[in-house]
Design a protein around this ligand. Structure first.
Ligand SMILES: Nc1ncnc2c1ncn2[C@@H]1O[C@H](COP(=O)(O)OP(=O)(O)OP(=O)(O)O)[C@@H](O)[C@H]1O
Ligand SMILES: [Mg+2]
Length: 300
């Protein structure tokens, strides 16, 4: 039987460990298949995969919205049973792919303050936390808005603020920037960087945006058919063309440019940049090398 007695390699340092978890939806669709996944304090793990590969299903297992039919979810090494599942929302905040499922209060302020109130804060403190979280995502002007009447991007920002206001140990973002304009997407990216710099949280992101993944991931997990089929640093993963093709993904723009500008037949020489800054530095160094070569040849 699937998952019976099967375990992933132990990960004692994980905040959350998805241990050989399988999930089949009522219509028979496979959401997870013997999934092994973990996230440690202070790291940003980005989950990449094609449509329908299981990213959202994985994220919905992290806060107990879904439970595995086989395998287990562990938080700080302890299995999440029904009792702990009810408490999981304090530890793991999830920003769902569909923000409509997340917002329900009459105004954004009440919505974002709902979590802090539930954590036991008095209304004035909860309001302060909510305002600070809205400020952090660049959506302070939305406080009095009615969530149902907001745009997709505004709903996303309010949902992110709602999770931030609760100060969980883990935040999982399902496609956090997919419907944001470049300014707000940049703001969320900066926020994620800042959270990583503080080093107190564990962050999980799912995205199709491999350029974003390359910029912020400490570790990239490639998901296909409900399983993690590869993981590594952005440099290891995004220069593996065969892996990306087999996973239904297209290499990041920076990788494509580096390949195109590299000598034919050389594939992808070191230093294999994955971010814009790295690409610019690598091209400058290469240009410097060529110009030094030219000068020494003309001086002979
Ligand atoms: N509620 C559901 N009922 C039945 N099948 C579902 C349900 N939700 C997801 N699935 C199926 O489970 C599989 C994984 O879906 P999931 O939503 O986790 O993928 P995803 O990687 O998040 O995709 P996307 O990039 O499109 O968001 C797919 O085959 C999908 O059709
Ligand atoms: Mg999804």
């Amino acid at each position: 039987m699937i998952g019976q007695d099967r375990r992933c390699a132990a990960d004692t340092s994980a905040v959350i460990h998805v241990d050989c978890a399988s999930h089949v939806y009522p219509d028979g669709s496979v959401g997870l298949h013997e999934m092994c996944f973990s996230v440690r304090k202070g790291e940003v793990v980005v989950v990449c995969g094609a449509n329908g590969s299981g990213k959202s299903t994985l994220i919905e297992h992290l806060n107990g919205t879904l439970v595995p039919a086989d395998g287990r979810i562990e938080v700080h090494g302890q299995r999440v049973d029904d009792e702990r599942r009810r408490e999981l929302w304090r530890t793991v905040g999830v920003v769902f792919q569909d923000a409509d499922t997340q917002l329900f209060a009459p105004t954004v302020l009440e919505d974002v303050a709902f979590g802090p109130v539930n954590l036991g804060l008095v209304p004035a403190e909860a309001r302060r936390e909510a305002l600070a979280a809205l400020e952090a995502v660049g959506a302070a002007e939305l406080v009095e808005k009615i969530p149902a009447y907001m745009s997709g991007g505004q709903k996303r920002l309010a949902a992110i603020a709602g999770v931030l206001a609760m100060h969980p140990e883990v935040i999982a973002f399902d496609e956090p920037t997919s419907d944001l304009d470049p300014i707000h997407a940049g703001r969320i990216e900066s926020l994620i960087r800042e959270l990583r710099r503080q080093g107190t949280l564990a962050l999980v992101l799912s995205t199709h945006d491999l350029d974003l993944a390359a910029r912020i991931a400490d570790r990239v997990c490639i998901v296909r058919a409900g399983s993690v089929i590869a993981e590594g640093t952005p440099r290891e993963i995004f220069y593996d063309q065969a892996l990306l093709t087999a996973s239904g993904l297209v290499e990041p723009g920076i990788v494509r440019i580096w390949r195109a500008l590299s000598p034919e037949g050389d594939g992808a020489p070191e230093p294999r940049p994955v971010t814009e800054e790295e690409l610019i530095t690598a091209l400058r160094e290469r240009a410097g090398g060529i110009s030094n070569m030219y000068h020494s040849e003309t001086q002979v």
